[in-house]
Design a protein around this ligand. Structure first.
Ligand code: SF4
Ligand code: SF4
Length: 163
């Protein structure tokens, strides 16, 4: 079988370069992460938080509805009774222990939908990588926001507008 220099070599190479040159004028879709980050969609759901009321009391009442709704079975809630001396939430009970296994989580948001008090919410922080498996068991202390409304604040980290 004879090989035509133009048809089989020059033409395919020229076509390839032509496509490359055409793409050079297109808008770039990639960004210099982590220096640059794209603004995320308003309803992006990644890292979980346990929120508080304005008074500082925890919204979580330890009802375990989130654990029941979780298809990945990765939430563990242990409830305890509030007392007048030791009160954590406005209701009768609070979550003495609240853990999420983030390795198993599929970020479906069912826990957020099932929660009657708006205690557990998923927010925009997607940088959840770590080196140790144990670090992916998020404890109540890790999940609980320090100040009321913190979980609703724009996601921490400087955004550089991507043009
Ligand atoms: S986001 Fe889905 S998988 Fe993850 S903890 Fe909530 S219910 Fe479970
Ligand atoms: S986060 Fe919500 S659903 Fe889960 S135990 Fe607390 S109050 Fe109940």
């Amino acid at each position: 079988m004879s090989v035509s220099l133009f048809k089989d070599v020059v033409k395919p190479i020229a076509t390839g370069f032509g496509i490359t040159l055409k793409r050079l004028s297109h808008k770039k879709e990639t960004v210099f992460y982590p220096e640059q980050r794209r603004e995320q969609y308003p309803r992006t759901r990644w890292r979980h938080f346990l929120t508080r009321y304005e008074s500082g009391l925890e919204r979580c009442i330890g009802c375990s509805l989130c654990a029941g709704a979780c298809p990945a079975r990765c939430i563990n809630v242990v409830a305890a009774e509030n007392t007048d001396e030791k009160r954590f939430s406005p209701g009768e009970r609070y979550a003495e222990r609240y853990e999420i296994n983030m390795i198993r989580c599929i970020f479906c948001g069912y826990c957020q939908d099932a929660c009657p008090t708006g205690a557990v919410v998923l927010r925009k922080n997607f940088e959840l990588a770590d080196y140790k498996r144990e670090s992916f068991i998020y404890t109540k202390e890790m999940l609980l926001e320090s100040f009321p409304g913190e979980a609703d604040a724009p996601w921490v980290g400087e955004y550089e507008e991507v043009k």
